[in-house]
Design a protein. Structure first.
Lengths: 507, 74
């Protein structure tokens, strides 16, 4: 553990407010909080929390840096992102290990998350030469109309514990290409990973004589988070977290006419039709439901299966769950680590109690594993007689609800019945069913897949969902537009002054 | 009189860190204070008010009793 911390410049005590290599801000009044290893329950290191004073220092630096960063040509900004990519690549293994150590996902997933940082930097580098606006034909003679995209400002980025580095990079790399600076509040459960990333970003900023492009404010949601959402110096808040918190963020930011990108809860289902390739479906379900211990926004939480294959699919899933080795996520061969906190375990236990009250039958799992540690649980499969209240709720834990359907219309209805709308999937070999699932009357989610699961999105597509998932889009495709302001320009190169719509006014 | 372990002005972030068992108690009473694995950014009192709990003080009193009972069991 010590070697991981040392290689990432982490100490026993770390400052949580930073705007550049020489801009770590410390307030003697600040309190320190421990970062806890979820596997052992032991503290890893301390982090000094951001106070009102150090928050303002960071914000001032970020706002000042924006003024010069926005005037740096976008392709030049791209080159700095390329350097960030190289710096992350150099630390890929150790940073991935830290993700595993602090958050509890298994090592291949920790490393995969860092790869996602590298991928989005590649995307942002290309994007820096493709911030295209449209040209329109004016209705007036000798006039030209076009639109251009301007940088927006300092962007507030609030991330969750489950993807402690990737979600930052989705936002920070794209925002940097767009000419924005970012101010990052990571989850209070994963502050060390954030500080490690800040050290890497500082190295890149330092190499280019920059500061204030990538900024960090570690602290409580009720302190730092609330300050950010009410701060008009942050014209955009990108928030990843729960629907409940997203509503609060959305209301606060809207009150000051700011913008939000909301990536909120999911309740993701896979429909398995009677003609599906069950072997493929089972492998996908296992990864979707058990991967990251069911703590992904895109984790598979519901299986809606045709009644004719329900028994066989259930048996196959049960067999697949037997191969899941639970333990220290840093160990080779372990497929599931701990939940992030003891309260997450309590949340899972409470959900299972409710599921049983509502007619659910636990087919596998459902127990804590105290011999492994306070935060270890068995991945759990619950057969539900119908889609009851608890199934409509997202529980951030490895609980998989199994339900049956008679006809495909019913399956889609059940699928869309929940309030969330993030990710979805159908396993079928029937072209008509797959097309229906992807059609206007099919899945109502932001992500809809055929014969691949609900989790494990690539960075190239826009990531996000509908309904209570918040409607925001991050990462690839044209998600960059949310980080810029659109300006429509009309240029008159004639010696006349015609008005639009042919209006005559005076001479 | 015993000093209460939790009070209405306690931040949820503190509550779930110090007393994880409170998550289960509150869920049983229809209140979810952990969402997406993260605690809500508010105090216990604010949460109970938002959830339209009729008598928040009575529920907090019960929560204190529950937590004391849990501590005795340990």
């Amino acid at each position: 553990m010590k070697s991981i911390l040392k290689e990432l410049k982490l100490k026993d005590g770390n400052i949580g407010a930073c705007a550049g290599p020489d801009d770590w801000y410390e307030d003697p009044k600040a309190r320190a909080a421990d970062s806890i290893n979820p596997t052992s329950g032991d503290p890893i290191a301390k982090v000094i929390q951001t106070t009102e004073k150090t928050y303002d220092q960071v914000l001032e630096t970020a706002a000042k840096a924006f003024k010069t960063w926005r005037m740096t040509p976008a392709p030049k900004r791209g080159l700095i992102i390329r350097d960030l990519r190289e710096a992350v690549q150099e630390k890929k293994e150790v940073l991935g290990d830290l993700v595993t150590l602090e958050m509890g996902k298994i090592r291949p997933e920790g490393h995969g998350e860092v790869q996602e940082m590298i991928d989005i930097c590649d995307f942002a580098l290309g994007l820096s030469r493709q911030l295209y606006g449209l040209t329109m034909h004016s209705e007036r003679p000798a006039h030209r109309m076009y639109e251009q995209w301007h940088p927006l400002g300092a962007v507030g980025v609030v991330t969750a514990f489950n993807f402690p580095v990737a979600v930052w990079s989705w936002n920070a790399a794209i925002a940097a290409a767009c000419g924005d600076t970012t101010v990052w509040k990571p989850s209070s459960d994963t502050p060390l990973t954030a500080i490690a990333v800040q050290h890497i970003a500082n190295q890149v900023m330092g190499d280019h004589g920059l500061k204030g492009i990538f900024n960090l404010v570690v602290g409580r949601g009720s302190v730092v988070g609330d300050r950010m959402i009410n701060d008009s110096r942050l014209p955009l808040i990108s928030f990843t977290g729960s629907t409940r918190m997203g509503r609060r963020v959305s209301e606060a930011v809207a009150r000051r006419f700011g913008r939000t990108i909301l990536e909120l809860g999911g309740n993701n289902a896979i429909i398995v039709t009677e003609d599906a390739d069950l072997e493929m479906a089972v492998r996908t379900i296992l990864f979707g439901a058990v991967g990251t211990a069911g703590q992904r926004c895109t984790s598979t939480r519901r299986i809606i299966m045709h009644k004719s294959i329900a028994s066989e699919l259930t048996n196959r899933i049960l067999r697949a769950y037997q191969q899941v080795r639970i333990g220290d996520p840093l160990e080779d061969g372990v497929l599931m680590g701990p939940l992030v906190t003891e309260s997450a375990v309590e949340d899972m236990v409470a959900a299972l109690e409710k599921a049983q009250e509502q007619g659910g039958e636990i087919l596998k799992g459902g127990k804590r594993l105290p011999d492994l540690g306070e935060r270890f649980v068995e991945p759990t499969i619950v057969k539900m007689p119908r889609q009851t209240e608890i199934v409509h709720i997202e529980t951030f834990a490895p609980i998989l609800y199994l339900m049956e359907y008679d006809d495909f219309e019913e399956a889609i209805r059940m699928h869309n019945e929940v309030p969330q709308g993030l990710s979805s999937s159908v396993f079928t070999t029937d072209l008509l069913k797959s097309e229906k699932f992807l059609s206007h009357e099919g899945s109502d989610c932001g992500i809809a897949n055929v014969n691949i699961g609900t989790s494990g999105a690539e960075i190239g597509g826009a990531f996000g969902g509908e309904k209570e998932t918040g409607g925001g889009r991050e990462s690839g495709s044209d998600a960059w537009k949310a980080y810029m302001r659109r300006q429509t320009n009309t240029i008159n190169w004639s010696k006349e002054l015609p008005l639009a719509q042919g209006i005559k006014f005076g001479e | 009189m015993t000093e209460p372990l939790v009070s209405s002005d306690m931040e949820i972030e503190d509550l779930v860190l110090k007393f994880p068992k409170s998550v289960r108690f509150l869920t049983r009473n229809g209140i979810r204070c952990i969402r997406c694995g993260e605690p809500l950014w508010c105090t216990l009192g604010e949460l109970l008010e938002e959830e339209n709990v009729e008598d928040p003080q009575a529920l907090i009193h019960k929560l204190n009793n529950f937590l004391r009972e849990q501590e005795r069991k340990r």
